[in-house]
Design a binder for this molecule. Structure first.
Ligand SMILES: [Zn+2]
Ligand SMILES: [Zn+2]
Length: 280
């Protein structure tokens, strides 16, 4: 074990993470619990997590006024991943601070900020393509407008669903990151989610999430509890024989049934994709 790894483990003493971390050149006495000491501790935490995530570096930027939480910002001017942290976050429990920071670093490690632009571009392209086709088939400008509006709303909902999947995946991956640094990952992420659960209004819990970029904290806690990635539509099951597991219309499928497997009874619903939660 190198000196650096030892320092990481010391930094993750749950009782002392904010003050005990002692990077070279910075003099912080454990008794000196002031704002600077807490920020130094936070830097140590980010440093250990970005190592676990194999990121080249992470910029932590104090940003008061973002709801006592943290957020990831992407900018073409800053080549290093940047995470803004509200100093109020440090008022939370140690575990919830771990969970929140690990979640943001997981976003960076999974390249979600980069994919966000791509996803927006795809949604826009699809809207333009479908609206163009509908415009060719439509007879009145009124039909064109209505169809374009419907497609646009659909694309927005699809985009939001993609963002919510990113949130679930960042939660799941942050559990892995924290586990790698010796912290109980699931406990920390659940603590972070518990701390923000009160922000979900009744309206958001019932319907608001459908157009929202963040799932409700309750839904995210369920996924973290399960320990798997969030369910998503999976086309791999479509056109697959349920009896033999072969693709329909292939020689292998025919042979399998000739060799004396169960009878093949394809039904229409077997052509549909299924919601399933793949493991990482
Ligand atoms: Zn997030
Ligand atoms: Zn079959």
């Amino acid at each position: 074990m190198t000196t650096n790894q030892q320092r990481t483990l010391v930094a993750f003493d749950p009782a002392n993470v904010r003050t005990i971390y002692d990077p070279p050149g910075v003099d912080v006495a454990p008794a000196d619990v002031d704002q600077d000491a807490e920020l130094v501790g936070l830097a140590g935490l980010a440093w250990a997590l970005r190592q676990a995530a194999e990121l080249p570096g992470v910029i932590l930027q104090p940003a008061p006024g973002i709801d006592g939480g943290a957020q990831t910002v992407g900018s073409p001017c800053v080549p290093v991943p940047t995470i803004q942290v509200d100093p109020e976050l440090l008022a939370g429990t140690t575990l919830s601070v771990y969970g929140t920071l690990a979640h943001e670093i997981a976003h960076q490690a999974l390249d979600h900020p980069g994919r966000l632009t791509l996803r927006l571009w795809w949604a826009t392209t699809r809207v333009a393509a479908v609206a163009g086709l509908l415009a060719l088939a439509a007879r009145t400008p009124w039909q064109i407008t209505t169809a374009a509006l419907a497609v646009s709303v659909g694309a927005r909902l699809m985009w939001a669903r993609g963002c919510r999947l990113d949130e679930y995946d960042a939660d799941t991956y942050s559990v892995t990151l924290l586990d790698r640094t010796g912290v109980p990952g699931a406990d920390a992420v659940l603590a972070a989610l518990f701390a923000i659960a009160h922000r979900d209004t009744r309206w958001y819990r019932l319907f608001g999430w459908i157009a929202g970029t963040h799932p409700t904290a309750a839904a995210r806690m369920r996924v973290v509890d399960r320990g798997r990635r969030a369910a998503r539509l999976d086309w791999r099951t479509a056109l697959t024989c349920q009896a033999t597991g072969h693709r329909l219309l292939t020689a292998g499928h025919r042979h399998a049934h000739h060799a004396g497997g169960d009878r093949c009874r394809p039904t229409w619903w077997r052509l549909l994709p299924l919601w399933r939660s793949p493991s990482f």
